[in-house]
Ligand binder design. Structure first.
Ligand SMILES: Nc1ncnc2c1ncn2[C@@H]1O[C@H](COP(=O)(O)OP(=O)(O)OP(=O)(O)O)[C@@H](O)[C@H]1O
Ligand SMILES: [Mg+2]
Length: 506
């Protein structure tokens, strides 16, 4: 009998007072896709950090092909054929795609970087991962989803026997995720063992050979992918759970934001930046409006142009806030108009990693907690404490550094921070990226609660079920234009109809 590709036994890890892994066992067979599920902070990334050499365990054994191995750093693990696509991509924005793909493994010719050779090999790698991007593009010019695809191509560049994917589809649209699944299945077919971490339960039945669920630093169960979703959810959150989405209120108020044939001219045009070209939409008081469409159709650009983020410029056409013409296009103007924005890149733009949770949380409210120009520490502490409770940030310690939080908990901090400023209009881009089902339900419930109290929300998401469950109306975009509108209260059949509209928009 041949030995198992991988066995982890009794893995323990503490970070100071946090017991992140409490004696975890985990197996992987060659050619298997093993999905790893678990709440935010359950220990999934830490366990995979142990496997990929990024985290040194306190106790436990790793066996490859039956032989014990020890990894002191990622290089060791890499040498043993273990490649990891981390949850927070480690691409260098200032370099082009090719340079990123070969970072640390540069091709040289007599000590000189062989740029042309790297570019052509990079193009091959991209093609293998099914990515049609020019390898000479700087990573900074790519969208999150595109960066994710580049990271996958990068992992494929190693001759990996074990590939670890930490939430690879978090920012991908349905079509792109489909494509990724094909790539994953091909790799598995060639005998690569794959550990796949996800919060998207609907992916389990599509891709998994086996499912393991972690909670609070331990494995709570391993099951077949055919287990009903309800069973998985029960394992995941430890209680039965039915209402992911809150009821939609039928009562809407006056328009908050209104765009009619609006277009945005950025001061400095950028390649690959799909400027809004003809956008008509209205967000009313109490309303949550969704933006659907494939990657690259200009959803992120629409939100960032409304907020004046990443591109200063000028709007044309009708742009109104609360029934009056509004000169949006800079962050100052947006904040004055009561607009808040949660971007899809929490590391690049949402959070200061080396600051504490508390410092990050108050960033957006400095004005309000300084009534006389002085920071009222007591008031600030109270507000932060409440925000962490409201959004169930774990650990609930304002003095914890953001960089040490799990991915999903970082996302909750972004939310807490933006909503502490009590905006009138909230712009959200992939708001629940990396957030577990339980916390998602909590965020939806809070958003609906805030909407009922007068907030308007414009939300872009690549998860159609999320848009359908949450939104009063859904607007589909293509090439910087709004082309379809669904609602109010998108119904059962909406997934099919909106997917069709998205496909049309491709
Ligand atoms: N370097 C670190 N220092 C301190 N605590 C850490 C560190 N890395 C992880 N932790 C803690 O270990 C626990 C497990 O975190 P981990 O990132 O493994 O969770 P996860 O299951 O990947 O969650 P998510 O779904 O949110 O990504 C969390 O409580 C986290 O705050
Ligand atoms: Mg994680």
């Amino acid at each position: 009998m041949t030995a198992r590709l991988l066995e982890l036994r009794g893995i323990q890890k503490r970070f100071g007072g946090v017991h992140a892994l409490k004696g975890v066992d985990f197996d992987l067979e060659a050619g298997e896709v093993h999905v790893l599920l678990g709440e935010n902070g359950a220990g999934k990334s830490t366990l995979m950090g142990v496997l990929s050499g990024a985290v040194v365990p306190d106790e436990g054994v790793i066996r490859l092909d039956g032989n014990p191995v020890r990894f002191a750093n990622p290089r060791d693990a890499h040498g043993a054929g273990i490649a990891m696509i981390p949850q927070e991509l480690d691409l260098v924005p200032g370099l082009d795609i090719a340079a990123n793909l070969f970072l640390g493994n540069e091709i040289t010719n007599k000590g000189v970087l062989a740029g042309a050779a790297m570019r052509s090999q990079a193009q091959d790698l991209l093609a293998r991962a099914g990515v049609s991007l020019d390898a000479s593009l700087p990573v900074a010019s790519l969208r999150m989803g595109e960066r994710q695809l580049v990271a996958i191509a990068k992992a494929l560049s190693a001759k990996a026997r074990i590939l670890i994917m930490d939430e690879p589809t978090a920012a991908l649209s349905a079509v792109e995720a489909d494509h990724l699944f094909t790539v994953v299945k091909e790799l598995a077919g060639r005998g690569v063992g794959i550990v796949y971490i996800s919060h998207r339960l609907e992916e389990v039945t599509r891709i998994a050979d086996r499912v393991t669920v972690m909670r609070d630093g331990a494995v709570v169960g391993t099951t077949s992918p055919d287990a009903p979703q309800a069973t998985l959810v029960q394992l995941l959150v430890g209680r039965p759970f039915s209402d992911l989405f809150p009821a939609r209120s039928a009562k809407l108020g006056a328009p908050i934001l209104r765009l009619e044939h609006a277009a945005f001219d950025p001061d400095i045009p950028r390649a690959g930046w799909q400027a809004p070209r003809d956008v008509s939409l209205t967000v009313h008081v109490g309303e949550i409006v969704g933006l659907a469409g494939l990657m690259g159709v200009g959803r992120t650009e629409l939100l960032s142009a409304l907020y004046g983020f990443g591109a200063n410029g000028r709007w044309r056409g009708l742009v109104e806030m609360h029934g009056r013409p509004a000169a949006l296009g800079t962050i100052r103007a947006a904040r004055r108009a009561g607009i808040s924005y949660v971007t899809d890149d929490r590391r690049g733009t949402g959070l200061i990693l080396n600051h504490t949770v508390g410092q990050n949380a108050v960033m957006s409210t400095l004005k309000r907690v300084t009534p006389f120009g002085l920071v009222s520490r007591a008031l600030e502490r109270r507000q932060v404490k409440r925000a962490l409770e409201d959004y169930d940030v774990r650990p609930r310690r304002p003095e914890a550094k953001v960089v040490n939080l799990s991915g999903g908990n970082q996302q909750k901090v972004v939310f807490a921070k933006e909503l502490m400023s009590e905006p009138g209009l909230l712009l959200l881009d992939e708001p629940t990226r990396g957030v577990d089902v339980g916390a998602k339900a909590e965020i939806y419930r809070r958003l609906r609660g805030l909407a009922d109290k007068g907030l308007g929300v414009l939300v872009a998401s690549s998860e159609l079920p999320e848009l359908i469950g949450l939104c009063n109306r859904i607007i589909v975009m293509r090439a910087g234009r709004t082309i379809h509108e669904f609602g109010p209260g998108p119904d059962e059949d909406a997934v099919r109809r909106i997917s069709e509209a998205e496909d049309l928009a491709a």
